[in-house]
Design a protein around this ligand. Structure first.
Ligand SMILES: [Mg+2]
Length: 181
């Protein structure tokens, strides 16, 4: 069955930016963003596929081995449990990386091809211009920008300060959250 997706950027959305460090290169630096678990439960109850779309150029720069990134994401998924992402797409910055960098829509398109996604009913949440630009390039109409330290040049359809503001927004636009089967 074709279904819509909810695309999540990682750093600044799923986990807090490791500021002042540029990258999360070990699990000790991982801090869940408040409200993430509730938001994932909400969008899954609404029937969205959940897709993580993240740039981790730390791999291409040699700061994190590809296998260590997989271990990090494995830990994330294990803790999320029932709320784990359906798919993860990563641009690593390695020379042979088949996934192009944001704002190229390649991450979204490749997830769509694998999961039969209806992009016209899909959403993306991110905290950077390139996230919103990628959604625009892919034809994902519902965009949410998490406002933070990054300057906004590419505005999203919606803006929030915290993830806790997203569920009321979904309720207004999509109606009450269905009880989970
Ligand atoms: Mg980000």
């Amino acid at each position: 069955m074709i279904r819509p997706a909810f695309f999540f950027d990682r750093d600044g959305v799923v986990n807090l930016d490791p500021d002042p460090e540029p990258y999360v290169v070990s699990w000790d630096q991982w801090k869940w963003t408040p409200g993430l678990f509730d938001l994932l439960a909400d969008v899954k109850a609404r029937g969205f596929a959940t897709i993580l779309v993240t740039s981790q150029r730390c791999v291409g720069k040699g700061l994190l081995l590809p296998q260590d990134l997989e271990i990090l994401h494995g830990r994330m998924q294990e803790i999320l449990g029932d709320l784990a992402f359906d798919t993860i797409r990563v641009h690593t910055g390695l020379p042979n990386d088949p996934i192009p960098p944001k704002p190229d829509p390649g991450m979204i398109v490749s997830a769509m091809e694998e999961h039969a996604l209806d992009l016209s009913r899909s959403w993306l949440i991110g905290d950077a211009d390139r996230d919103i630009a990628m959604a625009n390039a892919a034809g994902v109409p519902h965009t949410i920008r998490v406002l933070g330290l990054k300057p906004v040049t590419v505005p999203a359809l919606h803006a929030v300060r915290t993830l806790m503001q997203v569920q009321p927004l979904l309720e207004t636009i999509l109606g009450p959250r269905p009880a989970r089967a």
